[in-house]
Design a protein around this ligand. Structure first.
Ligand SMILES: CC(C)(COP(=O)(O)OP(=O)(O)OC[C@H]1O[C@@H](n2cnc3c(N)ncnc32)[C@H](O)[C@@H]1OP(=O)(O)O)[C@@H](O)C(=O)NCCC(=O)NCCS
Length: 228
């Protein structure tokens, strides 16, 4: 893979983590950090220059340098979306990072500015949009589509053939049934189990289990189309 020169947005722990992952697990070279002028507290971070985002393109040309914006899920990832779109408006291309310790397959269909940590299992025919974060240890089932600006924390299971609309958030250990459509800006709380399509902007907290009369063929009611 071709080496790219990268500018990381932010001087937070997340920026520090991004620097670490690019250093030890990518062919790319991080050359600088950038934040909005008002947030600059020191000239350097991780031994590299910190430059104001407002003037960044004057110092680092958009043809030569790439941007990576690892920003949290605050405001349902709208802050990350805003900064990503600002970098795009300046003309920057963004890189994605996919951990070498994630399980992926050839022809991974993934957009830019995605941050995919270790131990994610991304099955064949999954599509991931731009500006998504998949923290460590998630399972994304085959033929599922994750759209832009989505944030998965850890140990989330999105089963096969789902569609996850923009700006949705998934807390740790949450689970989505196969063939489910997660509406825009859905907030799935930690440990929640989603069995039906969710409306835009909905919030889901808690998981319930219900005892049923035992039937030996119960498992047959599981869709034949998907298995994961
Ligand atoms: C859904 C969520 C955002 C709600 O947060 P909140 O509004 O601040 O909720 P609170 O912590 O004030 O809890 C309110 C009540 O709901 C309960 N509750 C909160 N989240 C719950 C959840 N996911 N499942 C079950 N109960 C939950 C709390 O125990 C508390 O109960 P109580 O009133 O009986 O004491 C939050 O719980 C969540 O899931 N966040 C994601 C956490 C995560 O994944 N972190 C990893 C980030 S890297």
């Amino acid at each position: 893979m071709e080496q790219k020169k990268i500018i990381i947005f932010g001087v937070s722990q997340l920026a520090s983590l991004a620097h670490f992952y690019f250093k030890y697990d990518s062919p790319h070279a991080v050359v600088a950090f950038t934040v909005d002028k008002d947030y600059i507290q020191a000239d350097t971070f991780e031994g590299l220059p910190v430059v104001p985002f407002e003037d960044i393109e004057k110092l680092y040309s958009t043809e030569e340098y790439y941007m990576f914006l690892p920003i949290s899920f605050k405001q349902m990832s709208h802050l990350r979306r805003e900064k990503y779109e600002a970098a795009k408006a300046k003309g920057y291309k963004c890189v994605s990072y996919v951990s070498s310790k994630a399980t992926t397959w050839p022809d991974l269909n993934i957009g830019e500015n995605c941050f995919i940590f270790e131990d994610n299992t991304i099955q064949p025919y999954v599509k991931i949009g731009n500006n998504c974060v998949l923290w460590s240890g998630n399972h994304i089932g085959h033929h599922t589509e994750i759209k832009d600006h989505v944030f998965l924390t850890s140990h989330v299971v999105i089963s096969g053939c789902c569609v996850v609309e923009e700006n949705s958030f998934f807390g740790v250990n949450s689970t989505v049934r196969d063939e489910t459509i997660i509406g825009k800006e859905t907030l799935v709380g930690m440990g929640a189990i989603i069995t039906k399509d969710t409306p835009e902007g909905s919030i889901w907290i808690g998981a319930k289990s219900t005892q049923r009369e035992s039937k030996s063929n119960q498992i047959d009611s599981i869709s034949h189309k998907t298995n994961g």
